[in-house]
Design a protein around this ligand. Structure first.
Ligand SMILES: *Cc1c(COP(=O)(O)O)cnc(C)c1O
Length: 361
């Protein structure tokens, strides 16, 4: 029997109110890294390993998709439409698990810099049978959404369920409210002390905001360092406050006993100094960070999200700010190798718009 969700244990009424599909194996492991802590001048260092949320594809999106796809399924959706960059981990996770649940995945994508990760994720879509679309700009994306929606209504008699970029709607964010309560449970069980600092990458903010709300509900306030890796329209202090309020209100709608905690201004920092020149640009510094992490842990790190967050942690440690502190790095990237799923696949089978990602010279 899988363990009940910490969120549902704490607020049993939610379990009756909120549809959810079980995709994740929770709790995810907490791993201590004493050697790396010593080498980097951090008091004590742990990883919360959300790379292992699920097989075949882990990472942070799975926690959100348990609620989002549960809702789509309850609504009787036959297809699920979502959004992201060409190599979006979110679009891929949505596609894999929507397909597993018998729904057709539709990914409405926009360009991002080419990389091995982008290519691997695109090939993975061939296995999921995703309907892939690439739009050069926002106007054409909006027109494409309207078109696809109409086409599906005509063909299937029902509109596709819409999941926002990154899965960061109040319903999706519940996955990380639960994750904070899950960590609190692990702290109470003596697996680790309450961290002074938690570092996590911040893309569409659902991960960081969900953690902030979950800890506030639990009455503990580790300092959350959310390292922005996307353009400011997706991640800003203002959006973080709004998302936290909307998510708390959403919870209260389903269980009136749940309070509306204020945004934890003093213990939430959105870091803007590791974004670099643009979304998905891999700098030499990111590559060094990823190599160092992989050598120390044996876990894969990528350079669009995780290397930027861990890079901020290493930089703060190098400045002496984390000496004597208990620090948790929340690892959000899938840990399971994709190569066995894609090495036999031919990129020519992708829609032509995606071929430039594979033509390297
Ligand atoms: C999507 C993603 C993030 C960002 O999470 P948000 O909840 O959108 O802020 C971080 N790391 C990885 C690996 C991701 O795929």
């Amino acid at each position: 029997m899988p363990q009940p969700l910490s969120l549902f244990t704490r607020y049993p009424r939610l379990a009756e109110q909120l549809p959810r599909v079980e995709l994740a194996q929770l709790p995810t492991p907490v791993i201590a890294l004493p050697d790396l802590a010593m080498q980097t001048d951090v008091g004590a260092l742990w990883i919360k390993h959300d790379g292992e949320t699920a097989t075949p594809y882990g990472g942070n999106k799975v926690r959100k998709l348990e609620f989002l796809l549960g809702n789509a399924q309850q609504d009787g959706a036959k297809a699920v439409m979502t959004f992201g960059g060409a190599g979006s981990n979110h679009a891929l996770a949505t596609a894999i698990y929507a397909r597993q649940l018998g729904m057709t995945p539709i990914a409405m994508l926009v360009p991002q810099p080419a990389s091995a990760n982008v290519r691997a994720n695109l090939l993975m879509h061939l296995n999921a049978g995703t309907q892939l679309h690439l739009f050069p700009d926002k106007e054409r994306l909006a027109a494409g959404v309207a078109n696809e929606r109409n086409r599906h209504i005509q063909q299937k008699g029902i509109a596709p369920a819409i999941i926002p970029a990154g899965g960061s709607s109040p319903r999706g964010i519940l996955g990380y409210v639960n994750a904070a309560l899950e960590l609190k449970h692990e702290i109470d069980a003596g697996e680790l002390p309450l961290p002074d600092y938690i570092y996590a990458p911040c893309g569409t903010m659902g991960t960081a905001v969900g953690l902030a709300l979950g800890f506030a509900l639990a009455g503990v306030y580790p300092h959350i360092v959310a390292v922005r890796v996307t353009e400011p329209e997706f991640a800003s202090e203002e959006r973080g406050r709004a998302l936290l309020q909307e998510t708390a209100a959403f919870l209260q709608e389903h269980d009136a006993s749940i309070p509306l905690p204020p945004f934890p201004e003093k213990t939430f920092t959105l870091r803007h100094d590791f974004f670099g020149p643009g979304y998905g640009v891999h700098t030499g510094e990111d590559q060094d960070t990823a190599a160092r992490f992989e050598a120390a842990t044996g876990m894969p790190m990528e350079c669009t999200y995780t290397a930027k967050a861990f890079g901020a942690l290493l930089a703060d440690a190098a400045d002496g700010h984390l000496r004597d502190q208990n620090v948790l790095y929340w690892h959000t990237y899938n840990a399971h190798p994709l190569a066995p799923h894609i090495e036999h696949l031919d990129w020519h089978n992708l829609p032509e718009a995606f071929h430039p990602y594979f033509i390297t010279d």
